[in-house]
Design a protein around this ligand. Structure first.
Ligand code: NAD
Ligand code: IPM
Ligand code: MN
Length: 376
């Protein structure tokens, strides 16, 4: 059995961490009897600077012909913040309608957790369920002086938006605006997933991040549609929380939380907060799931200041690889990778820099590769 995998290593530490993840995944393939045929795509800052191209339509077609996509990270200080992230990473999420962004954050062996609210032995086990296609990520916005124009044209899996919003400002006033959009089916489908995932974890309640007090037009709608979907899940309950209060309570009592359902923007923020609580961004994997091609990537970005230093922790990428293998149906291989990461953290004499050790990414990846091969 051979699987076609598309890989975008991307920028900064992206190539370093995806390189290690691929090594580990290939080792799992050797042990469990499958191969990975990797189509490594060049997109990212270097390609953009050399060619002016971010992600051509042909790349989306190539990615779509693979069984899964592994992405490192995009973003580079030589390129303005925004277009690369939007037209590459967000473009993939929207094109394949990857509406479910799963971001688990679990305590790991020997990783010191920066919280006094935890007793030794207590374990954080969070699952951020992030809506991944709507909210303020629509990519709709504009700016102007005296005249604010927001051209609206975008496509999602199950609807199109088109039109123009023109707003007159007091002459001479310079302004910018972004349009946040939510649809009833968009909220319903992510809420359904959150309840199903909670039930699978044996939990009856989920927390739901919102902000209806300040932005009722958008987040009031979110709360209302979450409540409507909740009625279809008898036995399940939800606790709505304003995002500010959620960010306050989460570090104070992380064990009170399991599944946290978030609209897109808050989900981005809460997943970095959850990563901090478990000891580092380099420990947090993610899966972007839709009905077709799925994308797997660490929660972290391209961390340009540590790129090339060996200080990048590849575990988030390796664990994203495990999520990818699980998605392919290679459950044993996925479990073997997870087990090797746990074994590595438990026993290795040296650990990644991010968690207090001095092992460069390549050494971390090499050790885990050996453990996967040996079935440790
Ligand atoms: P970042 O996640 O790259 O870095 C935040 C902090 O965490 C930095 O201190 C960094 O050194 C550290 N860090 C991140 N990953 C690490 C790892 N694996 N090991 C050790 N330390 C790690 O966030 P940022 O600085 O806000 O963004 C940098 C660039 O990455 C920006 O261009 C941003 O848009 C982009 N970005 C891309 C993605 C993605 O492609 N999925 C995600 C987030 C940010
Ligand atoms: C993430 C990133 C992206 C996001 C950026 C790079 C657009 O922060 O995947 O968490 O906000 O979704
Ligand atoms: Mn983020």
């Amino acid at each position: 059995m051979e699987y076609d995998i598309a890989v975008i290593p991307g920028d900064g530490i992206g190539p370093e961490v995806t390189g290690q993840a691929l090594k580990v995944m290939e080792a799992a393939g050797r042990r469990f009897g499958f191969g990975l045929r990797c189509n490594v795509l060049p997109y990212g800052a270097n390609h953009y600077l050399a060619t002016g191209e971010i992600l051509p339509a042909s790349a989306l077609a190539e990615i779509g012909s693979a069984k899964a996509l592994l992405l490192g990270a995009v973003g580079d200080p030589r390129v303005p913040m925004g277009p690369l992230e939007q037209e590459l990473l967000l473009a993939v999420r929207f094109h394949f309608d990857l509406y479910l962004n799963l971001r688990p954050a679990r305590s790991l062996p020997r990783v010191r957790i920066p919280l006094k609210s935890l007793e030794p032995g207590q374990k954080i086990d969070l699952l951020v369920v992030r809506e991944n296609t709507e909210d303020f990520y629509m990519g709709l916005g504009g700016r102007g002086t005296g005249d604010l124009r927001l051209p609206v044209k975008c496509r999602r899996g199950n609807y199109d938006l088109a039109g123009d919003i023109n707003v007159k400002l007091t002459p001479g006033t310079e302004a910018a605006a972004a349009l946040g959009v939510m649809t009833a089916p968009g909220v319903a489908r992510i809420t359904k997933k959150a309840f199903e995932l909670a039930a699978k974890r044996g939990e009856k309640n989920i927390h739901v991040a919102g902000k209806a007090n300040a932005v009722p037009s958008l987040y009031g709608f979110w709360d209302e549609k979450v409540a409507l979907e909740a009625k279809k899940h008898p036995g399940m309950t939800f606790t709505p929380m304003n995002i500010d209060n959620l960010c306050y309570q989460l570090p104070r009592a992380p064990l009170d939380f399991g599944v946290i359902l978030c609209p897109n923007l808050f989900g981005d923020i809460v997943s970095d907060l959850a990563s901090a609580l478990i000891g580092g961004l380099g420990l947090s994997p993610s899966a972007n799931i839709g009905d077709g091609l799925c994308m797997f990537e660490p929660v972290h970005g391209s961390a340009p200041t540590i790129a090339g230093t060996g200080r990048a922790n590849p575990l988030a990428a390796i664990l994203s690889g495990a999520l990818l293998l699980e998605n392919l149906g290679e459950t044993e291989a996925a479990q073997a990778v997870d087990a090797a990461v746990t074994g590595y953290l438990t026993h290795s004499p040296s650990l990644p820099y991010e968690i207090g050790g001095s092992s460069p990414a390549g050494q971390v990846g090499q050790t885990i590769t050996g453990m996967v091969e040996a079935g440790e």
